[in-house]
Design a protein around this ligand. Structure first.
Ligand SMILES: Nc1ncnc2c1ncn2[C@@H]1O[C@H](COP(=O)(O)OP(=O)(O)OP(=O)(O)O)[C@@H](O)[C@H]1O
Ligand SMILES: [Mg+2]
Length: 252
């Protein structure tokens, strides 16, 4: 089986970080390495919300967001194809380079956030089955929600066909099933999450990519329903660092 810690049956120690940035995003930086198919995902301490309109620095947030490494390694061992190759250190993970599909896939198990607002349904309602939504990744348009007919009827995305949308949708359901159980064992409710997928040219298939962390999931304590995720930052609830740390501690 493909081994994330030894992807090419050689030691990953041959990987050297280059001082060349491929992409500098709001919460992380992607560095190139001496292998064109391998990148280093570096989590920084910046917190942003509402498409960058709200900004702050939260100390150690980058370290807590590397929770992503723990989650991706769990998914790997559950046979999900991901970009994860290994955890490098406190703030960095090694990933394979992919072309990200400009679609964010949101999976919801409990009503919260924009769904609650848009349809006037109280936060906390358990949905009858996981709800999937697609958002078109486009900063100028503020990542609008789209349906399949928008994507294909308008030819929104080059080289993206219905079978790929079906594939990433099925992967999203599967990842949700695995992670819901993973978090429940740690007394955490997986309310919803945002997933990104991409095409890996090396192995020539679609993989789960980007990050999965309290920045990209809504996570509530199962006993008290206390929010332990980015909503603490979005809604100025305080205790952002403490909540992220709590999630990390429960995952270790
Ligand atoms: N394995 C990968 N290969 C290439 N790009 C990746 C990979 N994993 C994540 N990315 C991309 O890296 C970028 C940096 O992440 P970050 O979350 O900081 O960006 P962002 O500012 O939120 O921008 P975006 O709106 O594109 O997510 C994202 O656009 C993400 O899609
Ligand atoms: Mg992002």
């Amino acid at each position: 089986m493909y081994n994330p810690f030894d992807p090419y049956n050689t030691k990953l120690s041959y990987i050297e970080k280059k001082n060349e940035i491929l992409y500098s995003g709001k919460a992380k930086t992607l560095f190139k390495t001496n292998d064109p198919y391998v990148l280093i995902q570096h989590f920084n301490d910046d917190a942003t919300a509402f498409n960058g309109k709200k900004k702050d620095v939260i100390s150690n947030k980058g370290i807590y967001n590397n929770i992503s490494s723990i989650i991706f390694s769990h998914l790997h061992f559950k046979n999900i194809n991901t970009h994860f190759l290994g955890r490098l250190n406190d703030r960095e993970m090694l990933v394979s380079r992919v072309d990200i599909y400009p679609i964010e896939v949101v999976v919801r198990n409990i009503v919260a956030g924009s769904l609650s607002k848009r349809l006037g349904i109280e936060e906390g309602k358990i949905v009858n089955f996981p709800i999937i939504e697609y958002y078109y990744k486009n900063d100028e348009l503020d990542d609008p929600m789209v349906i399949s007919d928008h994507i294909f009827g308008l030819g929104l995305i080059k080289d993206f066909d219905k079978s790929t949308l079906e594939l990433i949708t099925n992967l999203a359901y599967h990842v949700n099933y695995i992670l819901k159980e993973f978090f429940e064992k740690r007394n955490i409710l997986l309310v919803d999450m945002k997933l990104e997928f991409g095409f890996e040219h090396n192995r020539k298939f679609t993989v789960l990519a980007d990050e999965i962390s309290p920045d990209t999931c809504r996570l509530w304590d199962m006993t008290t329903n206390e929010k332990l995720d980015k909503d603490r930052f979005r809604r100025d609830l305080g205790g952002v660092e403490e909540s992220y740390k709590e999630i990390l501690n429960r995952l270790l």
